[in-house]
Every structure is written in C-alpha cells, then in structure tokens.
Design a protein around this ligand. Sequence first.
Ligand code: MLT
Length: 201
Amino acid sequence: MKHIYQQGTNAEAPVLVLLHGTGGTERDLLPLAGMISPQSSVLSIRGNVLENGMPRFFKRLAEGVFDEEDLVLRTKELYDFLDEAAETYGFNRRNLVAVGYSNGANIAGSLLFHYSDALRGAILHHPMVPRRGIQLPDLSGVPVFMGAGRNDPICPPQESEDLEQLLSEAGAVVNLHWESTGHQLTGSEIDAASAWYQRTF
Ligand code: MLT
C-alpha cells in the first residue's frame, strides 16, 4: 500500500498508524502524530480504493452504506500490510496504535472488529459501526478513544453509542468524547485525544 514511514526517536513508544478520511492521502494526518506522540514512529497509509478519484480504505454502496465484502477483504489487506511493514521497517508488530479519521477510523474499527491482535489501541475520530451482526474477537483491555460530534450528519450520535457498546462488550476500554460540532475534526477533539493518549500509553 502507498505509505510514508517516519522513524521515531523512541523505539519503545507505540508506532502510530495514520488512516485518512475519504479523499485524503497519507500526508493529511501527519501533523496529528506530532501532537499525539512526537517520539513515535509513524506509518501513514493511503487507502487502496478510489471513489471518483478520491482515495478510501474500502468501497461503499452509498453514503454510510458499506460494501461488506470489500470491507472484509480490505481489512485483511491492511492487516497483512501491517505485518509486512513491521518486517520491512523492523518495528514491533504488537505495538501499533491506529489514528483514523472518518473512513480511516472505520477501517481501524474494522481491524478491531475482525482481529484481536491487529492493534494495541486506537484513536477513532468520527467512526461508524463498520459491520453489524458479527461476533467480535476478544478485545480485553484494548484502549480506544472515540471522538464524536453531537451534530454529525454522517455519523449520528446513536452510531457512536452503538460502536462504544459493541467494543466495550468485546472487552475494549472505550473513552467516548463528545464535541458539539459536526463531522469535522476540531482542535479540541485532537487535544482530548492527545490527553487520553498521554494518560493511556
Ligand atoms: C465512510 O464511508 O467510511 C463514511 O461514510 C465516512 C466517510 O465519508 O468517509
């Protein structure tokens, strides 16, 4: 997968895996990594799917309606790429914290929904429930920060509450942070995610 890898100064710190929103690239979230964990190595990945020229991490049939078959396939593709990148760059595969926004948060959520060992933790900015009606793996103790907007038209509050519940039932330790705004990623949400990260890792 197209990506940028930046070696950090602390090899013990979690490697941040950055996953952009629809229409973004692997450059978009690089500034976030510096705010969350400046000493971490960073693996920032571009989604392999194009929707009218806009990169994404999996196909959708309509706004908010995911192509489940493609989602499962792309989730495995990303999981395998993380394995490969750990070999290539020599980082600890078990020490990855995803930072995703919107579609990137949804594929990070899908990694959690399908694999117990894909991520050590995750920061999900405005995620949705990636799939419903499946048994989640054991996510005991996996820390997850979720940022949601009370007025987010793409990801209504119920969606965030459902995701919080599903992840918690699987054992994840979820911190759901609310903003009064819509789908955009605000400075105060980033500050809350950074503060959570400092407390957690
Ligand atoms: C998705 O398709 O993953 C969600 O609708 C969020 C987005 O617009 O990217």
